[in-house]
Design a protein around this ligand. Structure first.
Ligand code: ADP
Ligand code: MG
Length: 320
């Protein structure tokens, strides 16, 4: 598990915010010092933590613009025991301000986080549903990207644009950026198409697909209206258990990586192919070759997202 994880997908309604809030709560429940950053002007992660977005004096907007340091803009969220950098629609104005800056606009969040990075074991960033300057700031600040995906027909198409953006960010500003993993959300195993898309994901991305699957679960959809992570709404629910399992999977993977690295450091026998080439092995399996060349204008130039990737942004919890 990397320290700063951007939760990104330019599609709306795929479970980014639900994942950000509930994974943050699950990691905090394992005693990890956890910071959740709301980087979406909709402020859904903020509200999902029970913080009134109309009452924010300082939050991610001020932090991005350098009007406040992050430390003094944090809110403690109880009972989850996590820290929140809150957001509301002011972030839209902040993004516009960023766009008018000539230099350094992509590194604002990274710079703002620097002084607090080591105060936390994990920092999760809830991105807006667009490949805009806010998302670019998140990707530049991040060590890795977690991509929530609904296993439906257009999901894979959107994924290649996102992977291309990640590739560009790596090339331009943040070479160590890794793919933390692809998370299947709102999964309904009775849906044949969902199973097919899921199989394709595994075929392309192998163990970059989290084993943990987040099921469609009404408790997850309800919890925000109580201003709580699902763990504090119905801890026995399948949704709560799924996000705990995801936290467990990430922690386990981290332990395994550490062991592998330690073994590599010990034994002289373990380095046939030069030294450790770092964590950037195939970030995106089958999608990588497509990622390098296309969509080159998405990152540095525009704020208007990629054409053809609508911000669905709906918040329907279609549950049977
Ligand atoms: P995003 O942040 O990607 O736009 P959200 O996390 O806000 O997506 O989810 C979109 C809608 O779907 C919300 O109403 C949310 O409550 C609901 N939702 C998300 N995940 C689940 C799930 N696993 N089961 C049921 N409803 C879900
Ligand atoms: Mg959201």
């Amino acid at each position: 598990m990397k320290r700063v994880i951007a939760i990104a997908n330019q599609k709306g309604g795929v479970g980014k915010t639900t994942t950000a809030v509930n994974l943050a709560a699950s990691l905090a429940a394992t005693k990890r010092r956890t910071l959740l950053i709301d980087l979406d002007p909709q402020g859904n992660a903020t509200m999902g933590c029970g913080v009134d977005k109309a009452q924010i004096a300082r939050g991610s907007c001020e932090a991005l613009l350098g009007e406040s340091d992050v430390a003094s803009a944090l809110v403690t969220v109880e009972p989850a025991g996590l820290s929140l950098l809150a957001a509301n629609q002011d972030l839209t104005a902040a993004e516009v301000r960023l766009l008018t800056m000539i230099a350094g606009r992509e590194i604002k969040l990274r710079a703002a986080l620097k002084p607090v990075r080591d105060n936390f074991d994990v920092i999760l960033i809830d991105c807006p549903p667009a490949l805009n300057m806010l998302t670019v700031n998140a990707l530049v600040a991040a060590d890795s990207v977690l991509i929530p995906m609904q296993c439906e027909y257009y999901a894979l198409e959107g994924l290649s644009a996102l992977l291309a953006t990640i590739e560009q960010i790596r090339a331009a500003a943040n070479p160590p950026l890794e793919l933390e993993g692809i998370l299947r959300t709102m999964f309904d195993p009775r849906n044949n198409l969902a199973n097919e898309v899921s199989a394709q994901l595994i075929q392309h991305f192998g163990d970059k697909v989290f084993r943990t699957i987040i099921p469609r679960n009404i408790r997850l959809a309800e919890a925000p209206s109580f201003g709580r992570p699902v763990l504090f709404h119905d801890k026995e629910s399948r949704g709560a258990l799924a996000y705990l399992a995801l936290a467990g999977e990430m922690i386990r993977r981290e332990d395994e990586e550490r062991e592998t690295a330690a073994r590599g450091a010990e034994g002289p026998a373990s380095a046939p192919a030069s030294s450790e080439s770092g964590p950037t092995q195939s970030v995106n399996g089958g999608g990588a070759e497509a990622a390098a060349g296309n969509g080159a204008e998405a990152v540095t130039t525009t704020a208007d997202g990629m054409p053809g990737f609508a911000m669905i942004g709906d918040h329907d919890a279609k549950e049977a």
